[in-house]
Design a binder for this molecule. Structure first.
Ligand code: 5AD
Ligand code: SF4
Length: 576
C-alpha cells in the first residue's frame, strides 16, 4: 500500500447534486482516550483564507481540537499540528496557499511527528488533492468542507497508520448540529443559518465546493444566538451564501424575515446578516429590518455587473433595472441605509458598453463600499468554458476606473458623516497606534478615535471629525469610566457567583433561626453597653456568635465571598 490513503476524492458531477436530501445529524462529540492522551500539551495552529464561512469553520475545528486536549497557538513555528483552511473563489488565493504549505516544511524538519492538514474549498476541486500529495511530502491530511466534523478521526487515523489521509466528499452535504466552537472574538460572533448555494452563478465555484443549499433548524439557530446574548456578545452576523433563501428547503419552514425577527427579539445589541441576493430579497425582510433598531441598517447586495447582457450570462436572475428598483425600495423603506456590493470586472467578452453599464449602476447607487474583483476562471464552472476576447490589460484598466469611481462615492457619502454622532462598537486599539481605538458604526464605517484600551467591546458615542475615505476620525463623546462601569454592571449582575451571593444574602436575612440569633446578639450587645457584663453573659454571646458562624448559610456565604472577590480582582485588572 502506498503512502497516501485516498478515502474519497472530489467529483464535480456529484458536487452538482441537488436531488439528495441532506440530514440533520447531532454530533455526539465522543473521542477516544488515545487522542485525548495524544492531545495533551500539543499545540495547534490554524490559518484561514477566504470568507466568513471559512472563519466559522476554523472556530469549529478549534472547538474540536480543544475538546481533545490540544491547545491553541497563534505562532506557526510552535505548532505540533497546523491546518491551512483554503479558499477557491479566485485564482490569486490559491497561489498564496502553495507558498504557505511550503513554509511548514520547517516544522516537519524540527518535529518528525508534526501534522499538516489542508482543508477548505480548494480541496473540493478535482485534481488538487492528488497534486498536493505528490508535490509536498510533509502534508499529513487533506479534507474538504463536508468533512470538518471528521477532523479528529482523520488525525487519529493518520497518527496510527502514519499514512497521508485524503477524505474529500462531493455531495449535497448534511447539517451537523451540536458542533463545538472556540470563537475568535468574545464580543462579535458569526452564526451559520444555512450552508451551500443553489444559485449556480456561472462564474462561481461555491455551489460545487459547499454543496446544496440547506437551512439549519430555526430552534438550533435561536439557541446558539440566545447563548451568545447571555454571554455578553454585542454583535451577531447571520451567515449564509444567500441568507434570503433561508427556509426554502424546509417544507412549511420559516422564511428569513421570520428568522431575522426572532433573533432581533433576543436583544443582541447589533444584528447583521450576509449575503443577500438581489433576486429573492422580500418586502417582509425589508419591513423587519426597518422595524428593529438593533438590526444594522447596512445591506450587502452584490450586483456583480450593471450590464443586462453580462448579468444574463452570469445567471444572476435580475436586470440592472430590477436591481435599481430594489435599491430604491430599500432606500425609501430604510432611510440612511448603507449599501455595499461585490462587482466582477472582465467577465468573458465584457464590452466597453457592458462595463459602462456597471459604472452607471455605481453612479445611481453610490455604494458605501464595494468589493471589486477581476474575473478569474474557475475550472468546472460554465463561464470557464467561454472563450474570452478581452485582454488582461483592458480588464485592469477597467478595474482601475471602477475603483476610482467607487472611491469618489465612498468619499462623498463619508463627507456627509462629518459633524454627526454615531454609535461605535470598539474593536480595540488600532493596528497603527495603540493610543487610538478603532471600531465600526452601525453602517460598517470604520472610525478611529482616542480612548482607553479597556473600552474594547463597548458601544460608545463618537462624533466624526475627519474623512479619510475608507475610515473616519472621531472624538469620543462619552466618559469612558462611566461607559465601562455600566458595562461591567451588566456583566457582574449575570455572573453566577454574584447571583449566588445575592441569593444567599437574601436567604440569610429571612432565615428564622439566624434572625433569632441576630436579635439575641443585638440585645446582649445593647445590654453590655449599659450594664456590667458577667462571665455568663459573655459566654452566652460567644456561644451565639459561634452558632451564627457555623450555620450552613453563613459558611456558604464565606465561600461565595471569595469567588466574588476573585471576580472583582479580574475587573480591576481589566481597568488597568
Ligand atoms: N472571479 C472573480 N470574482 C468572483 N467572485 C466569485 N467568483 C468569482 C470569480 N470566478 C466574487 C463575487 C462574489 C464574491 C464573494 O467573489 O463578486 O460575490
Ligand atoms: Fe456564488 Fe452566485 Fe451562490 Fe453567490 S449566489 S455563492 S456568487 S453561486
Amino acid at each position: 500500500m502506498g503512502r497516501v490513503v485516498y478515502k474519497s476524492l472530489p467529483d464535480m458531477s456529484k458536487a452538482r447534486d441537488r436531488v439528495s436530501n441532506p440530514s440533520v445529524i447531532f454530533d455526539k462529540l465522543e473521542f477516544s482516550d488515545f487522542i485525548k492522551e495524544y492531545g495533551k500539551g500539543k499545540k495547534f495552529f490554524i490559518k484561514t483564507h477566504g470568507c466568513q464561512a471559512n472563519v466559522r469553520d476554523e472556530e469549529i475545528m478549534a472547538g474540536y481540537l480543544l475538546l481533545c486536549g490540544f491547545c491553541r497557538t497563534f505562532e506557526p513555528s510552535e505548532a505540533d499540528i497546523a491546518i491551512i483552511n483554503t479558499c477557491a473563489v479566485r485564482e490569486g488565493a490559491e497561489d498564496k496557499i502553495y507558498g504557505e504549505i511550503g513554509t511548514f516544511k520547517a516544522n516537519k524538519k524540527k518535529n518528525p511527528n508534526f501534522i499538516l492538514g489542508v482543508c477548505g474549498c480548494m480541496m473540493q476541486q478535482e485534481g488538487v488533492a492528488e497534486f498536493l500529495t505528490k508535490t509536498y511530502q510533509h502534508i499529513s491530511l487533506i479534507f474538504g468542507t463536508h468533512n470538518i466534523s471528521r477532523l479528529i478521526d482523520l488525525i487519529e487515523e493518520h497518527i496510527k497508520t502514519k499514512k497521508v489521509i485524503v477524505e474529500v466528499k462531493s455531495c449535497a452535504g448534511d447539517i451537523i448540529e451540536n458542533l463545538p466552537s472556540c470563537r475568535l472574538d468574545n464580543f462579535k460572533a458569526s452564526v451559520n443559518i444555512s450552508y451551500g448555494c443553489n444559485k449556480f452563478c456561472t462564474y462561481c465555484i461555491v455551489p460545487y465546493t459547499r454543496g446544496k443549499e440547506r437551512s439549519r433548524p430555526i430552534q438550533e439557530i435561536i439557541n446558539e444566538c440566545k447563548a451568545l446574548v447571555e454571554s455578553g456578545y454585542k454583535e451577531i452576523t447571520l451567515l449564509g451564501q444567500n441568507v434570503n433563501s433561508y427556509g426554502k428547503d424546509i417544507p412549511d419552514g420559516p422564511n428569513f424575515a421570520v428568522l431575522l425577527e426572532e433573533i432581533a427579539k433576543l436583544g443582541i445589541p447589533r444584528l447583521r446578516f450576509m449575503t443577500s441576493h438581489p433576486w429573492d430579497f422580500s418586502d417582509d425582510m425589508l419591513q423587519v429590518i426597518a422595524k428593529y433598531p438593533n438590526i444594522m441598517k447596512c445591506i450587502h447586495l452584490p450586483v456583480q455587473s450593471g450590464s443586462d447582457n453580462i448579468l444574463k450570462k452570469m445567471g444572476r436572475r435580475y436586470t440592472s433595472e430590477e436591481y435599481l428598483a430594489l435599491v430604491k425600495k430599500i432606500k425609501t423603506t430604510i432611510p440612511g441605509v448603507a449599501l455595499t456590493t461585490d462587482i466582477i470586472v472582465g467577465f468573458p467578452n465584457e464590452s466597453e458598453e457592458d462595463f459602462l453599464g456597471t459604472l452607471k449602476v455605481c453612479e445611481a447607487v453610490k455604494y458605501d463600499q464595494a468589493f471589486t474583483f477581476i474575473y478569474s476562471p474557475r475550472k468546472g464552472t460554465p463561464a470557464a468554458a467561454i472563450k474570452d476576447d478581452v485582454t488582461a490589460e483592458t480588464k485592469h484598466e477597467r478595474f482601475n476606473r471602477l475603483i476610482k469611481l467607487v472611491e469618489e462615492h465612498v468619499v462623498e457619502n463619508s463627507n456627509k458623516m462629518i459633524g454627526n454622532e454615531y454609535t461605535v462598537l470598539v474593536d480595540g486599539p488600532s493596528k497603527k497606534d495603540s493610543e487610538i481605538l478603532s471600531g465600526y458604526t452601525e453602517t460598517s464605517k470604520m472610525v478611529n478615535f482616542k480612548g482607553p484600551a479597556y473600552l474594547k467591546g463597548c458601544i460608545v458615542n463618537v462624533k466624526i471629525t475627519e474623512n479619510h475615505a475608507f475610515s473616519m476620525t472621531g472624538e469620543l463623546l462619552d466618559d469612558p469610566i462611566i461607559v465601562k462601569a455600566k458595562e461591567l454592571k451588566t456583566v457582574i449582575d449575570k455572573e453566577p457567583c454574584v447571583i449566588e451571593y445575592l441569593d444567599l444574602k437574601n436567604k440569610i436575612s429571612n432565615d428564622t433561626d439566624l434572625k433569632q440569633i441576630r436579635s439575641e446578639i443585638l440585645k446582649i450587645e445593647k445590654d453590655l453597653r449599659t450594664a456590667n457584663s458577667t462571665k455568663e453573659i459573655k459566654d452566652r454571646l460567644k456561644e451565639l456568635n459561634e452558632k451564627y458562624a457555623s450555620h450552613p448559610l453563613i459558611i456558604n456565604l464565606s465561600f461565595v465571598e471569595e469567588k466574588v472577590k476573585d471576580l472583582m480582582k479580574t475587573i480591576v485588572g481589566e481597568l488597568q
